[in-house]
Design a protein around this ligand. Structure first.
Ligand code: OAD
Length: 231
């Protein structure tokens, strides 16, 4: 086995204190997707959308990587083949642990101008009046992929999935496409598939192997087993 692709979701960062979306009482029980996570919401009420992401940016800034983030960084560094980490998470905890992930849903730490597409490091607080540093238009938004928008780096992600030997999904409910379809893509390409999650997800049946438990326990143990020399 040489090439590994790992898709992560909010469950990876849950034990770092960051809320998941669909678990009971979490983000999508407190906010409506159509109020804070669509281009239409931003056009209607940019101040509300900025407040939501300013709050999440502040929470992410005070969070620390947990043992699961650190184990994935170790796997990426020590695996003799290639490890592509694809995350739906917009926090920077994988980077803080030393890993290099692809942020398919964007990053709280980045801003983008809706007028000219220039990108820069987001300030702690963004507001609808902020001018773009490049074109000065007051059209700055978080560099987050909203519902109805195309995730970042899809070509690179699909090419890694189509040539991988093992595809694993960690801490994701499998309810949001295109990420939810990656396991089928990997299966069609002949990869082994494994799901690591607190409980079985809607997508569980699509995976060959299942490891259940909190990410901070199961991910380090899984990484340790992968890195164990085979006899
Ligand atoms: P969800 O909130 O939908 O799912 C979180 C998953 O993590 C669930 O399957 C939980 O069982 C699991 N989980 C919770 N705590 C865990 C723990 N300690 N260890 C392991 N697993 C745990 O989050 P995502 O699947 O990431 O997109 O959501 C996908 C996308 O939907 C997000 O990127 C976001 C959201 O709407 C956008 O906003 C565009």
């Amino acid at each position: 086995m040489e090439r590994i692709v790992i898709l992560s979701g909010a469950g990876l960062s849950a034990e770092s204190g960051l809320d998941t979306f669909r678990d009971a009482g979490k983000l999508w029980a407190q906010y409506r997707i159509e109020d804070v996570a669509t281009p239409e919401a931003f056009a209607r009420d940019p101040a509300l959308v900025h407040r939501f992401y300013n709050m999440r940016r502040a929470q992410a800034a005070s969070a620390r990587p947990n043992p699961a983030h650190r184990a994935l960084a170790r796997l990426q560094a020590d695996w003799p083949g290639e490890v592509t980490l694809v995350t739906q998470n917009v926090d920077g905890l994988l980077e803080a642990a030393g890993a290099s992930p692809i942020h398919m849903h964007g990053a709280l730490s980045r801003a983008i101008c809706a007028a000219c597409s220039y990108r820069w490091d987001a300030p702690a607080e963004m507001s609808p009046d902020d001018p773009c540093p490049a074109c000065t238009a007051p059209a700055t938004r978080p560099d987050i992929v909203w519902f109805g928008e195309m995730p970042h780096e899809m070509e690179r992600i699909l090419s890694a999935i189509h040539s991988c030997d093992l595809f694993a999904a960690i801490g994701t409910s499998g309810q949001v496409y295109p990420a939810a379809g990656f396991v089928e893509e990997a299966r069609r390409s002949g990869a082994e598939t494994a799901e690591l999650n607190l409980t079985n997800s809607d997508m569980s049946r699509a995976f060959d192997a299942h490891i259940t438990g909190p990410a901070s326990n199961i991910v380090p143990a899984w990484v340790e087993a992968l890195l164990q020399p085979k006899r």
